[in-house]
Write a protein that binds this ligand. Sequence first.
Ligand code: APR
Length: 246
Amino acid sequence: MENMQKIAQIIKSAKYLTAFTGAGVSVESGIPPFRGAGGLWEKYDPKFIEIDFFYAYPTESWQEMKKIFFSSMNEAQPNTAHKVLAELEEQGILKGIITQNIDNLHQKAGSKNVQEFHGTINYLTCIKCGARYPLGEVKLDSLPPLCGCGGVLKPDFVFYGEGINPQVYDASTMLALNSDVMLVIGTSGEVMPACSMPVLAKRKTPPAVIIEINTLPSAYTGVISDYYFEEKAGEFFAKLRQELKK
Ligand code: APR
């Protein structure tokens, strides 16, 4: 097991600490991951969030999305991992987070510089007129939800077959290239192009120090991770918070 004291020292002396997060950082907030035990893709067919399926069958797509994303994510609260990351940003230590998550929990915890690589469930956009609505203003009683113009509303997260928002892509790339230390938390590291962000940080000169926290080894473990903590994100960050106070 790696030494928390050493990690706290690395983090305190980092010049540009960043974080790359995946679904695992929100599991202790009650949101299931996509892969591995209890993963969403073991139960559901991801086709419902393929963009062509959504345009062809908006009602079916919305029925699955409401069941799988909107119910669990709406109630979820940030856990210790989200909160400590926000505290590290507040202290000027963490410069930003690149997240693959759409659950808005980093922002709920107080993080400001959050690059949502896969967008967010927090807003919906009309596919006809482009009007944008905050989730709180949209009723999901009848599906699909409609814009005032009659057009179908689509959640602002990236569907399979859609591109990544160029501004977010660029900002995420800059975070990765500026990092001297990157925390890689709760991600299987399997989905491109998001999963290339930690690799960018590692492959640049000088390479970033990669500190990985995951309950299971990932595509990064033993490849680019310099430190690997095989434990829950919430538990790791509770210990780190204590160590940073010393
Ligand atoms: N603490 C830390 N890691 C955890 C925890 C936990 N409590 N629980 C699970 N994990 C780890 C799992 O071991 C796994 O490696 O989190 C990872 C979750 O992996 P995925 O479910 O593949 O999630 P992610 O890597 O974010 O997926 C990337 O895939 O389907 C797309 O768009 C979706 O953004 C998502 C992308």
